[in-house]
Design a protein around this ligand. Structure first.
Ligand SMILES: C[S+](C)CC[C@H](N)C(=O)O
Ligand SMILES: N[C@@H](CCS)C(=O)O
Ligand SMILES: [Zn+2]
Length: 338
């Protein structure tokens, strides 16, 4: 990509945020909402299983989050990998098609939402003109640890045999496909360590990935990602990459978010995104969530404006949050949204 393209990339998210009024709302727990609709995710493919078994539910969950006010919806590809689909007995081509399908389903939901808005136009008139809420489709890329399906994205210890090269090779084809699928950006999410951060950055640079990306970390306290690597170091690596247009934290307990925003702000001037989970702990063996005894994280919707004051500009929810959480966030931020 030439310089012109790089300038376009760096202003992409800032222009979007301006269009939204300064802040944007990301969707909430995707798998959580699939489960609420009856999906059984006790499978190594986790939420990606629904791309195979119940695409209508995937589209429905995207619509639930659009109805709740989200400006950015993330695709069902978090745990959708070509390797994972092959382990499930599908061919490489079928796996690749399902990755593309995850983006199509989100784009279809956005179109359905917009079409409905036009029909019900009284809600979408601003100053006598039609106004469409800006909506982006972010192609989710979960970590190598997500593919392992054993909760590794909350530990980040891949062992000595896994190198930056291993991780780049693991993600390469999937990232190429998602980057050419019609998604507006890539969401590298629940990133657990410095190794995978480096791999993502090198991969988008080496492959000349042409759409922007955000890079978001799963963290264990106010200063470290779950592997124990420093958030300052990880966020600096993300900051060094032109293609990365926002840096942040997801699937992390709400009580750490304020401190993490302050840390990230020290090493980047890119927009900061936060979409915490409910503060519960994941039991990978049973694929369920258990209440955490380390402190209460109830009702984090009420913290959103404090996080905005601390320097974040994109807000949403991760596991165990719902469209109600997002509705509450949209309302709490309404003074900062168009
Ligand atoms: C973000 S975690 C809850 C996703 C599921 C995990 N990779 C597993 O397969 O158990
Ligand atoms: N986008 C994924 C993230 C899991 S940590 C989901 O919400 O299910
Ligand atoms: Zn999560």
């Amino acid at each position: 990509m030439g310089l012109e393209g790089k300038e376009e990339t760096s202003s992409f998210l800032r222009d979007f945020l301006d269009e939204c009024g300064g802040c944007a709302v990301i969707d909430g727990g995707f798998a959580t909402e699939l489960e609420r609709h009856g999906a059984d995710l006790n499978d190594p493919l986790w939420s990606a299983k629904c791309l195979l078994t119940s695409p209508h539910l995937v589209r429905r969950v995207h619509l639930d989050y659009l109805d709740a006010g989200a400006n950015i919806i993330e695709t069902a590809s978090y745990q959708a990998t070509i390797q994972g689909f092959e382990d499930h007995g599908l061919s490489k081509e079928e796996g690749e098609a399902l990755l593309r399908r995850s983006v199509e389903l989100a784009c279809e939901a956005r179109q359905i939402y917009y079409d409905r808005c036009i029909k019900d136009s009284s809600d979408f008139l601003r100053n006598g003109k039609y106004w469409r809420r800006p909506i982006l489709v972010a192609a989710s890329v979960g970590s190598y640890g997500a593919y392992l399906a054993d909760g590794s994205e909350y530990r980040g210890n891949y062992g000595d045999a896994v190198t930056v090269e291993t991780l780049k090779d693991f993600h390469r084809r999937r990232v190429q496909i998602l980057a050419n699928s019609g998604a507006d950006l890539i969401a590298f999410e629940t990133t657990p360590n410095k190794l995978e951060t480096k791999a993502y950055v090198e991969l988008v640079e080496e492959e000349g990935i042409e759409i922007p990306a955000w890079l978001s970390f799963s963290c264990k306290d106010e200063s470290s990602v779950v592997s124990g690597d420093s958030i300052l170091e990880c966020a600096s690596i993300a900051d060094s990459c032109k293609q990365i247009v926002a840096v942040g934290v997801n699937c992390t307990a709400p009580r750490f978010i304020h401190g993490l925003i302050s840390s990230i702000k020290q090493v980047t001037s890119k927009p900061i995104l936060v979409y915490p989970n409910s503060g519960e702990t994941y039991d990978a063996e049973h694929k369920t969530w258990v209440k955490s005894c380390e402190g209460k994280d109830e009702d984090f919707v009420s913290y959103v404006n404090k996080w905005r004051d601390a320097g974040a500009s994109l807000f949403g929810g991760c596991c165990r949050t719902t469209p109600n959480t997002i509705k509450g966030m949209t309302k709490a931020l309404s003074g900062n949204l168009l």
